[in-house]
Design a protein around this ligand. Structure first.
Ligand code: MOS
Length: 750
């Protein structure tokens, strides 16, 4: 069959490895020369500027806004408040699937969190709109803000995150603890964290009748078009989202948010294009964050250090009006073999903006707590932390017994430990010092991330000059999609990546699915692969049915697409170039299309995860308590590697965010006002170069026949998991002090 001709994966298997070519990023030159256009770089003719005025209180009611003063500003065109906000076609208080979030669009005068938009000021210039917003001078009825587990309302949730069960129980927990000879239990606290993408949330909205064009960073274009269509009462097809580049997404650009909807409303109301760009401070509220957690882990072990019971409870913050929480406890489900596991969540309503997906939502916080708990349990059993994890290695999915589609975690442990030098680690803490007298500690953690797969579409056009155009709508957030996806398409088409023009970043292209969940390369990649195969099959049809072609009659034998030529499967001298086939057929091009999804039966039958092991070294000043992560070695197995250079860079990024979680990031809430006191990049610490340790990422070869036909798993978010615990465990190993609150601070260690 000609159709299977293009599926022979040649370059991936060069040198006996399943890794592809380490191409550099195709978008690199555009980015470094400033030619890449981000949403806020667009300036259509006649454009106005919108600025949100935000609440200075966290709970209460707006009793007065000086709209007259705002409007009197010579550059202000309009002030939008709940009094004149135009209607929407969908009730913004109603949660819309699949996002499941209420949107904040001036529906009333109630204040539910600090930095909530309370008005939108539109001006001829950014300065005028900004000044107009300052002139509104709001007054409030202030109620006391609920900011702590003591003041917040606890409640039971049905689902957590984006739809996982809030409570999962396997086996008999009580019997497990009764059988244990050692039991450890502790509480771990993770703080609120904010995405802090370099590029703020932005939109340039233009209406043309009932057609809407949006320049905006967006991780889920097709879903967004449907949702915007519902809010504005127009068909989704009338909406064009252009999102060629994102200056970081981290989950915060996957869901709709109120400020952008307000700007679109303003553009319709004023019949002119409107631009809105949130300030850094305004991103601490209405556009999601990672919610704080208070996690209790109780582990039971028998005499040999085998888990007999694992209980992970997470109390997780959410807003007073929505339900998204950080699904932290579910991190304890896929990893360690225990006859009894209970993972459960309790919601905590606080006067905060609703949390949302952020950099391994759930896994990051849950793994931080679990990996420290495992370290504590290993110590209680008198075992080396790696030996303890190997003793509890899950050969099948804990609880369900399903086989893993592939799992090379043992190899990750072995290779990572070898590269790091783990075997030289003293069992007891506070045993190592460097030449400067700093305490040195080594810790480790297991990394794990699930493998979601989203439906996606693509189109591949082979042209009579021998080149191809491939198209799919998904965005490049900076992760390298433009390069890796083009490589997959080129491979399917039997072309060099240089011969493949790749179009992406516009919602009018075939739906590339969601750029999230570390599933974009697999999802959009499979669609591109299949579209490429479809194009090759159509081309083969032209050749094998044409008596003038050397491939005539090869239909039953099959053809192979390689190097821009089709040749007979059984004889590579008989073939011809794509250009020659198309020219003789009088065709300018052939077009292949695909809508692709993984096999649902394979997904049902298997547990699908990427795995890894992270080893960390820290140095702690014994007098000042200052901690430096000095070395991180991660070994990861994530199926077929399309581009090892980009993948290594993804792992580095993940590990850096892990170090950030462990030692730097925290939004600090003023308990008197409910306001975040460090809502800027000066005081909210994200890692700079000086904070980043020496990094090493090992790519463990892995073949996965079930996860999807490409064998590609996710590599984006896994690096943060494992790393947080590894660093915390290294801090304990250096100092003997067990810190159970993140980030670990100087004051925890002196
Ligand atoms: Mo990510 S938090 O799946 O964009």
């Amino acid at each position: 069959m000609p159709h299977e001709a293009a599926t022979i994966p040649t370059p991936y298997r060069r040198h006996g490895s399943n890794a592809g070519q380490p191409l550099t990023r195709r978008d690199g030159p555009l980015k470094v020369t400033g030619r890449a256009t981000f949403a806020a770089d667009n300036h259509p003719e006649g454009m106005l500027y919108a600025v949100t005025a935000v609440s200075g209180i966290a709970r209460g009611r707006v009793t007065f806004l000086d709209v007259d003063a705002g409007k009197a500003h010579p550059g202000v065109v309009e002030v939008m408040t709940p009094a004149n906000r135009p209607p929407l076609a969908h009730d913004p208080n109603e949660k819309m699937a699949p996002f499941g979030f209420r949107v904040e669009v001036l529906q009333d005068d109630t204040v539910r969190y600090a930095n909530q938009p309370i008005a939108l000021v539109i001006g001829e210039t950014l300065e005028a709109a900004t000044e107009g917003a300052l002139l509104l001078n709001p007054r409030y009825d202030v109620a006391s803000a609920r900011t702590t587990p003591e003041s917040g309302l606890r409640y039971d949730l049905a689902v957590v995150g984006v739809g996982a069960p809030a409570r999962t129980a396997h086996g008999d927990l009580e019997a497990g603890f009764a059988a244990a000879s050692v039991i450890t239990e502790a509480e771990y606290v993770t703080p609120p964290q904010y995405h802090n993408a370099m590029e703020p949330h932005a939109v340039v909205a233009q209406w043309d009748g009932d057609h809407l064009t949006l320049d905006m960073p967006n991780q889920a274009m097709a879903l967004s078009c449907v949702a915007y269509g519902a809010y504005f009462g127009i068909p989704a097809e009338n909406i064009l989202i252009r999102s060629p580049f994102l200056g970081g997404g981290f989950g915060s650009k996957a869901i709709l948010n109120g400020p952008q909807i307000l700007a679109i409303l303003a553009a319709r109301m004023l019949k002119r294009p409107v631009k809105l760009v949130l300030t850094r401070a305004q991103m601490y509220g209405p556009v999601g964050h990672r919610g704080s957690t208070w996690q209790t882990l109780r582990l039971g072990m028998d005499e040999e250090g085998h888990l007999t019971a694992l209980h992970h409870h997470a109390l997780c913050a959410t807003s007073s009006f929505d339900d998204f929480i950080e699904p932290a406890a579910n991190a304890s489900l896929p990893l360690y073999a225990s006859p009894a596991i209970l993972a459960e969540h309790t919601g905590l309503r606080l006067d905060i903006g609703t949390p949302g997906p952020m950099r391994a939502p759930g896994e990051a916080s849950g793994s931080a707590a679990l990996e420290v708990a495992m370290d504590e349990a290993a110590h209680a059993c008198g075992m080396d932390p790696l030996e303890f994890r190997l003793a509890n290695y899950a050969e099948t999915e804990p609880g369900t017994g399903r086989p893993f589609s592939s799992k090379s975690l043992r190899e990750c442990y072995a290779e990572g430990a070898k590269r790091f030098g783990w075997s030289g680690r003293p069992l007891q803490p506070r045993q190592m010092r460097d030449e400067n007298g700093f305490l040195v500690g080594w810790g480790m953690g297991t990394a794990v991330f699930h493998c979601p797969h989203f439906p996606a579409e693509a189109r591949a056009t082979l042209r009579d000059d021998g080149t191809a155009l491939v198209e799919t709508s998904g965005a490049d957030m900076g992760q390298g999609a433009w390069t890796a996806l083009a490589q997959i398409a080129a491979e399917a088409l039997g072309l060099d990546p240089d011969q493949v023009e790749f179009h992406s970043g516009r919602s009018s292209l075939p739906d590339g699915g969601i750029a999230g969940g570390s599933g974009h390369t697999a999802s959009a990649g499979l669609a591109l692969n299949n579209a490429g195969e479809d194009a090759i099959a159509r081309l083969a049809e032209l050749a094998t049915s044409d008596p003038r072609s050397p491939l005539f009659g090869a239909g039953n034998i099959g053809v192979v697409a390689r190097g821009g030529r089709l040749h007979r499967r059984d004889d590579d001298r008989h073939g011809e170039s794509y250009a020659a086939i198309l020219k003789r057929a009088g065709r300018a091009q052939v077009v292949g299309t695909a809508r692709a999804m993984r096999d649902p039966a394979a997904a049902q039958a298997h547990a699908m995860f990427s795995h890894g092991a992270v080893f960390a070294e820290v140095k702690v000043d014994p007098d000042l308590g200052q901690v430096r992560a000095t070395r991180l070695v991660g070994a990861f197995a994530a199926g077929r590697i399309i581009n090892p250079r980009l993948v290594r860079s993804q792992y580095f990024g993940g590990m850096i965010w892990g170090a950030s979680f462990a030692l730097l990031e925290e939004a600090i809430t003023d308990r008197r006002t409910g306001r975040i006191m460090n809502a800027d990049l000066a005081e909210y610490h994200v890692p700079v170069n000086a904070d980043v340790p020496a990094l090493d990422a090992i790519l463990i070869p892995e073949e996965d026949p079930y996860v999807n036909p490409l064998g590609v798993k996710g590599v984006g978010e896994i690096g943060i998991t494992g790393t947080v615990g590894a660093i915390a465990n290294a801090v304990w190993h250096a100092t003997g002090k067990r810190v159970r609150r993140f980030p670990i601070r100087i004051e925890d260690l002196v």
